[in-house]
Design a protein around this ligand. Structure first.
Ligand code: NAD
Length: 473
């Protein structure tokens, strides 16, 4: 734990496990109520001076953190693979993506523009300035254990806020490594604080109720997000919510089904399907079903599951036993209601995988709305394929969900793609594009997928108040 510029030890600790091997790879302190209070008071105190720094000073520190992060890219990626499980190449990509936010917001810090607004009164002037919201409580998930931290902390710090970070209990070591980078970059004591905790509810409650916290930024599941949002609302706190997803992917009749299967297998099995923008319902036009399933099945069955540190591993483990059970119960439910397993469909226990949480890359066909997987986020390596006939039907089916984060379209016809882009109720739409994300592009969802956007110009607005000055002259 890191509070007010100091590393704290001497508390009870909890273990951190490698999900590929079951080995304990570290221990971190489990924060006490006094630690929560110390972090709140440090961040509150530090805000008094930090808010007065110039954007140029804050930018310089973010820029330094960006350089340090890139210098340690390999070590950070190896730690991430051991702690979270994704293949090393994917970890390297995530560290780069995470660093991109530091650079982007080092630059955006200098563009917190206000406005001079003409008044109807001859002797009046209006001036609008942007001001930091105050102390921010940040809660991050384990599936992207570094980039979800920088996507929140970079804009908050750029805006002039101080932060208390509470990372997921499965991946506190990546958070600790990021804190070391921020400390080395020279952020003053109290500006960034880290609380590690095994049972997160106490910290969540403090973030939502303590008057010193002015903003809660949360990335995680929709049920937890709803609970925290309700508590924060009762105390009129600003919130950003990046929640779950249930992304549809539509392969239109004018698309190349083999090309679409290639792209969708890459994005579906990325991070073992543990991504909020992972395709969770793949709608394929009936004319393309056979070649699409053949290609997707071929690719899924060739993926090698294993330890992300080993050369040739295409897909890593799930995060824990509960995740295995959730995925398996969705597959069993679908099969019991008539779905067909094209490949996979079981936990992997051979080739030394039994100590970790491995599930075979799976393709299911014949999926119908009666199945759990049609409605629930899977967060695992299962590609459910649904057949459709008409464009109107498929758009209605794709939108028939409480979620609204990401969607994907495959089409070689501009008019089809544009119609679908406009008709889909999702915050992020990949059009023949399986990676519609970047520090420069707004990331976020509609409906139960959340509130607010991260990254892009909009990302910093989430941490700013608008202040109006009316001057009578
Ligand atoms: P989770 O909701 O269980 O946990 C997320 C974070 O919330 C963790 O830090 C956890 O410790 C904390 N948490 C849990 N209960 C809490 C409580 N009562 N009070 C305070 N904090 C609490 O989700 P998860 O399983 O870690 O992450 C997966 C979920 O995150 C998926 O639903 C996924 O779609 C979503 N996600 C969304 C985005 C996005 O940008 N929209 C990005 C990544 C992940």
């Amino acid at each position: 734990m890191y509070i007010n510029g100091e590393w704290l030890t001497g508390r009870p600790e909890f273990p951190v496990t490698n999900p590929a091997t079951g080995e304990i790879i570290g221990q971190v302190p489990d924060c006490t109520d006094q630690d929560i209070e110390a972090a709140l008071s440090a961040a509150d105190f530090a805000f008094r001076d930090w808010r007065k720094t110039t954007a140029y000073e804050r930018s310089q520190l973010l820029y330094r953190a960006w350089e340090l992060m890139l210098r340690q890219k390999r070590q950070l990626a190896e730690l991430m693979t051991r702690e979270q499980g994704k293949p090393l190449k994917a970890s390297l990509n995530e560290v780069q993506y995470g660093a991109d936010f530091l650079l982007w917001f080092a630059e955006e810090a200098k563009r917190m523009y206000g406005q001079a607004i003409p008044s109807a009164r001859e002797n009046q002037r209006f001036l609008v300035q942007k001001a930091p919201v105050g102390v921010v409580g940040a809660i991050t998930p384990w599936n992207y254990p570094i980039s979800m931290i920088t996507r929140k902390l970079a804009p908050a710090l750029a805006a002039g806020c101080t932060v208390i970070l509470k990372p997921a209990e499965s991946t506190p070591l990546c958070a600790k490594a990021m804190m070391e980078i921020f400390a080395e970059a020279g952020f003053p004591p109290g500006v960034i604080n880290l609380l590690t905790v095994q049972n997160p509810a106490r910290v969540g409650e403090a973030f939502c109720t303590d008057p010193r916290i002015r903003k809660l930024t949360f990335t995680g599941s929709t049920p937890v997000g709803k609970e925290l949002n309700a508590l924060a609302a009762a105390n009129i706190k600003r919130v950003s919510m990046e929640l779950g997803g249930h992304a549809p992917a539509i392969v239109f009749p004018d698309a190349d089904p083999v090309h679409a299967a290639k792209g969708l297998s890459l994005v579906k099995f990325l991070n073992t399907g543990q991504a909020c923008i992972s395709p969770n319902r793949i709608f394929v036009h009936e004319d393309h079903l056979e070649p699409f399933i053949r290609e997707l099945t071929n690719r899924a069955s060739r993926l090698v599951a294993g330890n992300g540190m080993s050369e040739g591993t295409g897909v890593g483990p799930l995060i824990n036993e509960l995740a295995i059970q959730k995925v398996d119960s969705q597959v069993k439910d679908a099969v019991s209601r008539g779905a067909k397993i094209e490949t996979g469909g079981e936990r992997l226990m051979e080739r030394g995988l039994s100590d970790g949480y491995f599930y075979a890359p799976t393709v299911l066909s014949g999926i119908t709305p009666a199945m759990k997987i049609y409605r629930e986020e899977t967060f695992g390596p299962v590609a459910p394929v649904i057949t459709y006939r008409s464009e109107d039907d498929v758009i209605a089916m794709a939108n028939d969900t409480d979620y609204g984060l990401a969607a994907y379209i495959y089409s070689n016809n501009l008019a089809t793609a544009m119609r679908a882009f406009e008709a889909l109720d999702f915050g992020i739409i990949g059009i023949n594009d399986i990676n519609p994300t970047s520090a420069a592009a707004p990331f976020g969802g509609m409906k139960n997928s959340g509130l607010g956007r991260e990254g892009a110009q909009e990302g910093i607005e989430e941490y700013l108040e608008t202040k109006l000055g009316g001057f009578a002259i």
